[in-house]
Design a protein around this ligand. Structure first.
Ligand code: B3K
Ligand code: ZN
Length: 882
């Protein structure tokens, strides 16, 4: 396998101006004709033209109407190379044959439940026709599609429909024209039996845009929320970023076999689960995901499509930015704090471990073997944190100015992360120091802070020191530019006014319009650095990294008392939650030590009291309470240990949950009773917050061995009137092995077996379970009639779910590792992208004890030595072993 490096980037020798595609879709094969007008980048230089192509059968190739003979080109299983094209502009025409029905890779053109669809990002277009498959080739496309009219009444592609008609033999055709230049990864085609929910959106300049969401006819009633989400996103982008939609039609198509969702120009394609929702069948989390993803794909129209990436190393240019945009969108439509807590948790659970493991890479990677492996939480979520830091430093208005300049400069271009940086800098004339290191240095910075108060001088000092841990290929790191948003609390818990700071030999005023501020942003840029606040009337308690202003690990010298104080008083709600999490982590780690020493586990009464105060604080948002009483995940605790011990961490977390449930029993019961759903399901923050709190309380209660509680939980399950409540109650019951669990799971399956999306949830609930010896249950489920190894979503639900339970995946007898290892190889034959995702579960193997290390390593070695492995799996497995 060949590694591709950012430093080797070269401008293309040829550009493509217009691309006219023509598809004839048959039941065995499809014929693709491509007519491309080619322009040499430098006139008169006739370099060979290399076109990418995989799994294509070349029928003919013509230049300026002359058919090429075999000696004129070179053809292998990855390329078609035209040896000596004419020296000026020319027309290239190819005819190829492809087999969509045999394509199981979920990229290129393939069939999903009877319909044709495409997925071209990152490098799938080369499975459709011979092309320079790279994003800096931007061209104007037309697309003609011809197919049987009764089997494929709906034929869609990008842009506007400009012609259609019937043909002989029961066929019909359409012709689409996309007026915007685009890279080929944004090309899309859909053909099938679909119906649309239609709506319209009037843009800020008064244009009418037709909106259509395409699904099988019986699913139309479940598309209301997706349409709501789309319209909300269109309006939000106008209001917040001044971005108007640019065509008269916007289509979304739902297909069952699809990885996530894709922002193809005016023809977004989504996995069905990200489109369909009804109160009876979808949970609040599903509703939220639909809102976020619909927004995300829509926002790509400007950040990704109008301005795209020069090369795939720049992926975060569009993904980090678009994740940031969809996070903001969801925040504005729901609760900002709760959304921020969710996003930060996600970063800690998924991105931090990646940044500390063998696959650690910068937000802008330096190299890849298979680009698909770099659609990572680092590029997406850490990339979004980088964008958020621009906003934290520049303020909302400065950030908006930077965005406006970015669009003004680069509309219609394929650009780099540095171009984005330059727009932010130039629009604000801001000194960003070494901020660009966030794109090139991998690893989560560790920042230590020590504070001291001088009672005589009324000054308060914060001393920061930072290190960035070594990562593969980057043993030595430079200090980074870390924005620390912070405030100081007085002894009554109020924010103190901040007026000036002594820093770097200078006194800086930090007032705003002559008024003192209560939150400020410190620019920490050196390995060691001190900031001294003046006029601090009493010894303050600092609230640091408010809103999580940088993606770092912060170690402060705050005492437990300070943290309890912040938990109770901080005006920054995010930091109230954070204080509770830090306390919980400390408690869990201390009990892990107890567990390992065979000592009795104990819970600090102050912690129980802190949780109780939160539970009873009626001034707090209910979803915030639900988050604040949820303990950090097991993975997060294991990440903080020298040697990860899944058994100890699981025992401790279960113990604390149970102890809280026991000591706060009545409070939890009250919360369940007070927050039961009444009336119709509504997707709004208040209703969702009530459900979240009630169901979190129910989860705690169900950890107890108590007949009455079991009755209560069963009753919640039976009386539920929406999927959120029903599924939460089922999950609560399923925590413990036993007859009630078996019965409830069987009942749920019987109710919902006709709905594959719900059956997938049912699989996932069981596969992710922590019940002892769960590997055997999951193995049995592989033979369940509803399971299908060739369906990626079922694989993710059942097999992918399994390794999210540390106790079971890391079982000391190696059963979990073997289970996964045995499945990766056959899966790779069907779907390399899915298989490589599964292999990532092994990548943290060095974090465990010797026994586990040997067992996991043996699986990785077995995988790497398999013949005919995909590049996708090879890259992850070999890098994990390195
Ligand atoms: N841009 C797509 C990702 C495609 C993944 C290809 N392996 C979805 C998104 O981030 O919006
Ligand atoms: Zn995206």
């Amino acid at each position: 396998p060949k590694e591709i490096f950012l430093k080797d980037y070269k401008l293309p020798d040829y550009y493509f101006d217009t691309v006219d595609l023509s598809f004839s879709l048959g039941e065995e094969k499809a014929i693709v004709c491509a007519k491309i007008s080619v322009l040499p980048r430098i006139n008169g230089v006739a370099a060979p033209l290399a076109l990418d192509g995989i799994d294509l059968k070349l029928i003919s190739v013509k230049i300026n109407d002359n058919e090429l003979k075999e000696g004129d080109y070179h053809l292998d299983n990855r390329h078609l190379i035209l040896k000596s094209p004419p020296s000026g502009n020319f027309i290239l025409e190819t005819v190829t044959e492809i087999l969509p029905q045999k394509n199981t890779s979920l990229e290129g053109l393939y069939k999903s439940s009877g319909n044709f669809c495409t997925q071209c990002e990152a490098e799938g277009f080369r499975k459709i026709t011979f092309y320079q498959d790279r994003p800096d080739i931007m061209a104007k496309y037309t697309c003609r599609i011809e197919a049987d009219k009764s089997l494929y009444p709906v034929l869609l592609s990008n842009g506007n429909l400009i012609e259609q008609g019937d043909l002989e033999g029961g066929k019909h055709f359409v012709l689409w024209e996309d007026p915007f230049k685009k890279p080929c990864y944004l090309f899309a085609l859909v053909a099938g039996q679909l119906e649309s929910r239609d709506d319209t959106f009037i843009t800020c300049s008064g244009r009418k845009v037709d909106l259509r969401i395409w699904v099988p006819q019986q699913d139309l009633p479940k598309t209301e929320h997706a349409m709501y989400s789309l319209k909300a996103a269109m309006k939000w982008d106008e209001e917040v970023f001044g971005r108007e939609y640019d065509l008269d039609l916007f289509n979304i198509v739902a297909v069952p076999d699809f990885l996530g969702a894709m922002e193809n120009k005016s023809l977004n394609i989504f996995n069905t689960k990200l489109v369909l929702a009804s109160p009876e069948t979808a949970t609040d989390a599903d509703y939220d995901a639909i809102l976020g993803v619909t927004g995300h794909e829509y926002f790509h129209n400007w950040t990704g499509n109008r301005v795209t990436c020069r090369d795939w190393f720049q992926l975060s240019l569009k993904e980090g930015l678009t994740v940031f945009r969809h996070q903001e969108f969801s925040s504005d439509l729901g609760s900002r704090t709760v959304k921020r807590i969710g996003d930060v948790s996600k970063l800690r659970i998924y991105q931090f471990p990646q940044d500390a493991g063998p696959m650690a890479h910068p937000v802008k990677p330096h190299s890849y073997i298979k680009m698909d492996n770099f659609y990572t939480t680092t590029v997406y979520e850490k990339g979004a944190e980088v964008i958020r830091m621009y906003k934290t430093l520049l303020g909302s208005q400065g950030f908006r100015k930077g965005m406006d300049l970015y669009f003004e400069r680069h509309d219609g271009q394929a650009v780099t992360c540095e171009d984005f940086f330059a727009a932010m800098r130039d629009a604000n004339n801001y000194d960003f120091a070494n901020f660009l290191l966030w794109y090139s240095q991998a690893g989560t910075p560790i920042v230590k802070v020590n504070s001291s108060y001088n009672a005589e001088a009324h000054t308060f000092s914060l001393k920061f020191s930072q290190t960035v841990p070594p990562t593969p290929g980057q043993p030595i790191k430079e200090p980074m530019f870390i924005p620390i948003s912070m405030g100081l609390l007085d002894s009554s818990g109020k924010d103190m006014p901040l007026s000036s700071i002594y820093h770097d030999g200078k006194l800086e005023s930090i007032t705003s319009g002559g008024q003192p501020v209560y939150t400020t942003v410190l620019r920490v840029t050196k390995g060691e650095e001190e900031f001294v606040f003046n006029d601090v009337a009493e010894k303050p308690i600092p609230s640091l990294l408010r809103g999580y202003s940088a993606p770092i690990r912060l170690h402060s010298d705050l005492t437990e008392n300070d943290l309890f104080f912040l938990l109770a008083h901080d005006s920054d709600e995010f930091n109230r939650w954070e204080a509770g999490q830090i306390l919980a982590r400390k408690l869990m780690l201390s009990q892990v030590v107890n567990f390992q020493k065979d000592n009795k586990l104990v819970i600090d009464p102050r912690f129980v009291h802190g949780i109780k105060c939160i539970l009873l604080d009626s001034s707090l948002d209910k979803e915030f309470i639900a988050k604040a009483i949820t303990l950090p995940g097991e993975g997060e605790i294991m990440d903080m240990m020298e040697v990860a011990d899944p058994d100890a961490v699981h025992a401790v977390r279960s113990f604390i949950r149970k102890q809280l449930a026991f000591e706060l029993n009545q409070e939890f019961i009250n919360l369940v009773k007070e927050n039961r759903s009444s009336g119709k399901y509504e997707f709004n923050h208040d209703h969702m917050a009530r459900r979240a709190l009630k169901n979190t309380a129910l989860g705690y209660l169900a950890s107890l061995e108590d007949q009455e509680i079991t009755e209560l939980v069963l009753n919640e399950y039976k009386s539920a009137t929406n999927m959120t409540d029903q599924f939460s109650a089922l999950a609560a019951i399923a925590q413990k092995p036993g007859q009630p669990r078996e019965d409830a799971l069987a009942d749920f399956y019987n109710k919902w077996q006709h709905d594959f999306l719900i059956v997938n949830k049912w699989f996932a609930l069981q596969s992710t379970s922590d019940i002892p010896g769960n590997v055997e249950n999951v193995k049995k489920l592989l033979d369940h009639p509803a399971f299908d190894f060739s369906n990626a979503d079922k694989v993710y639900s059942l097999i992918g779910g399994f390794y999210t339970s540390p106790v079971n995946f890391h079982a000391k007898d190696g059963s979990g590792y073997k289970f996964l290892g045995d499945l990766v190889v056959p899966l790779d034959k069907l779907n390399p992208k899915a298989a490589s995702r599964m292999v990532s579960a092994f990548s943290k193997w060095k974090r465990y004890d010797d026994t586990r290390q040997n067992l996991a390593k043996a699986q990785l070695e077995m995988i790497v030595s398999t013949n005919g492995l995909s590049e996708n799996v090879y890259e992850i497995a070999s890098k994990s072993l390195a």
